[in-house]
Ligand binder design. Structure first.
Ligand code: XAI
Length: 594
């Protein structure tokens, strides 16, 4: 069969497979692809070669569904006239990777950049799921600026235990409090944990995975309604097929991330994140994706387009329900529809569908008002991240949508001083120290104590760990005190209901003043002005800074050392800073290899 040349534009892959100037290299490039049965005619036919960045594997259960979905993606690509080529991505599995999967986001990013740049790929399907897999791939797509589309793997089915919904992650944090209070034993704890994870898929709560997939959709980088479809549902396989079809058209249209991942798109992502009660990890990931796309986002943007937005979605941890009901209620488009009606979106912007976001949202109103609330009658007002600063850090956030009535009553309702509280701090050097000492009566932890953790940021950990949601000592939990104010330079799980002050930047290991905070100091937090200060004089702080900051543990692997040497702070996305100079490199072909 001879090659049927199409009338499509000439794709970059043709520089490998159909290059009259280097017939020797063309032969070398072609012959080894043919050894698994592809014909030279196919590769020279002028059809786009579509990469499938495979994030699923046995060591990444949240994304493992993609091993199945890729079959439908391939069928979609073939039916639309493209040639699929699947390749593996470095895993980023948050539940299990020690010392934290955060360190792998930049590694998976780097690996994908190199693959997309160095191989004959014209466009790519990004298979997302667990937390970091979404930003890592979108950061790479922005760097390359080759046509790219997100296929989410989808959440697990809803978890049920003894007649009640149990959500992933959230069940762990609640279960360990119940364990501390003596309400359950270890066996029951494991039963609850298992019940919260009943099928293939990522967290069924609005943890970081659901948040980041929702954000990919809000950016306009996935097909409409993609992110919330539970992994085992038939619609998941169907949208995998449609995604495969659509990326071929995008390759032909040369529709690239730079046209979609614009400032308007990122501002909408910040707004959507607030309305869904999204994970605090969205803050560094949105910053990282935006910066790789060449978009500037300021702390003021988080307040203006995020903080002010009400909570519309009734999903754990900020609300009650889980992912299946979210999908049935209309998913992300139904939330965005409410925001569009309230003129809170900039939806006249391109998306991967080839239509504007506003057009994608037409007819997507919810029929489930128990799950997705109307903008005028929300679950909570001002539900976005509150940005704080002061003499301990330049930037930190607090997820206000998870402030409980109890917490508000205890700390934020002093007559005449609403929103202001002062606490004596107890400082921990990382989470081993926290676990070793939290139940020490000598620390005199009571309801007026703020728990502080440091050494947990990108450089200090390394990678920045999900440890700021520290629970109170067992003795307080037994008295019904389930949350104390907490502060740290690390992150916390998106499934946590702790209203921590976190992602504090600069971290103590980068010279942030948290390094010189001492147990017994008093910290004042004012949510009205967004300030958080230790009540000591500048002179006293300067005096303390003559002493060396707490030591940072040595790197245990080569990548940890490279990561530490190249990473920025959480405020600006914990990017590999030197990578930001390489935007658009998908347009520069690498030199031949022989
Ligand atoms: C549940 C995890 C592991 O903490 C994470 O996936 C998140 O939601 O942040």
């Amino acid at each position: 069969m001879s090659a049927t040349k199409t009338t499509m534009r000439r794709f970059r892959s043709q520089d490998w497979f159909d290059n009259p100037e280097r017939v020797d290299m063309t032969a070398l490039y072609l012959e080894r692809f043919m050894n698994y049965g592809i014909t030279a005619d196919e590769l020279r036919s002028g059809r786009p070669i579509i990469g499938i960045a495979q994030s699923g594997s046995d060591i990444n259960p949240c994304n493992r569904i993609h091993l199945e979905l890729a079959k439908r993606v391939r069928e979609g690509i073939r039916d639309a006239g493209g040639i699929p080529m699947e390749f593996p991505l470095h895993p980023t599995f948050e539940n299990c990777r020690r010392p934290t999967a955060a360190i792998d986001r930049n590694l998976a990013y780097l690996g994908l950049v190199e693959i997309l740049h160095g191989y004959p790929l014209d466009a790519v399907v990004l298979t997302t799921g667990c937390d970091k897999s979404t930003p890592a791939q979108l950061m790479a797509a922005a760097t390359l600026d080759l046509p790219a589309i997100v296929l989410s793997g989808g959440p697990m089915l809803d978890g049920w235990f003894e007649g009640e919904l149990v959500g992933s992650g959230a069940a762990i944090w609640k279960g360990r409090r119940m364990l501390a209070a003596g309400q359950i034993d270890e066996e029951k704890f494991l039963q609850i944990a298992s019940a919260s994870a009943p099928s293939a898929g990522h967290c069924n709560t609005m943890g970081t995975a659901s948040t980041m997939n929702a954000i990919a959709e809000a950016l306009g980088m996935s097909l409409t309604g993609c992110s919330a479809i539970p992994a085992p549902y038939r619609e998941r396989g169907q949208i995998a097929y449609e995604t495969g079809r659509r990326i071929v058209a995008m390759a032909i249209e040369d529709l690239r991330p730079s046209q979609i991942m614009t400032r308007d798109a990122f501002l909408d992502a910040i707004t959507v994140n607030a309305a869904i009660g999204g994970s605090t990890n969205a803050q560094p990931h949105i910053m990282a994706m935006a910066r790789h796309a060449g978009v500037e986002i300021t702390p003021e943007d988080w307040m203006r387009y995020g903080y002010d937005v009400p909570l519309l979605l009734n999903m754990q941890p900020a609300g009650k329900y889980l992912g299946e009901r979210f999908h049935r209620a209309g998913g992300v488009p139904a939330v965005m529809w409410e925001l569009l009606q309230a003129t809170r979106l900039r939806a006249d912007r391109p998306t991967v569908t080839g239509r504007s976001m506003a057009a994608n949202l037409e007819g997507r109103a919810t029929a489930d008002r128990e799950m997705i609330f109307a903008f005028e009658q929300p679950l909570k007002q001002q539900a976005g991240f509150l940005v704080l600063k002061g003499n301990l850090f330049d930037f930190a956030i607090m997820k206000t949508s998870v402030i409980s009535a109890d917490f508000r009553q205890r700390y934020l309702s002093t007559p005449g001083r609403e929103g202001v509280f002062e606490c004596r701090v107890v400082v921990f050097e990382g989470s081993d120290d926290y676990h070793a000492r939290i139940n020490d009566p000598g620390l005199e932890i009571d309801v007026r104590t703020m728990l502080v953790i440091r050494g947990t940021g990108p450089i200090g950990w390394p990678g920045s760990a999900e440890v700021v949601n520290m629970q109170p000592p067992d003795a307080l939990i037994k008295q019904g005190i389930t949350a104390l104010p907490t502060l740290g330079d690390g992150r916390q799980s998106g499934t946590s209901d702790s209203p921590s002050i976190l992602n504090a930047s600069p971290e103590s290991a980068a010279g942030g003043n948290l390094a010189w905070l001492r147990t017994g100091d008093t910290v004042r937090v004012d949510l009205n002005t967004g300030s958080c200060n230790v009540l000591i004089s500048d002179e006293e702080l300067a005096e303390r800074k003559k002493i060396a900051p707490p030591p940072v543990p040595p790197s245990q692997t080569p990548w940890q050392e490279i990561y530490r040497a190249t990473v920025g702070q959480l405020q600006s996305g914990a990017c590999m800073e030197l990578a930001l100079a390489y935007r658009g490199v998908g347009q520069d072909l690498p030199r031949h290899n022989h």
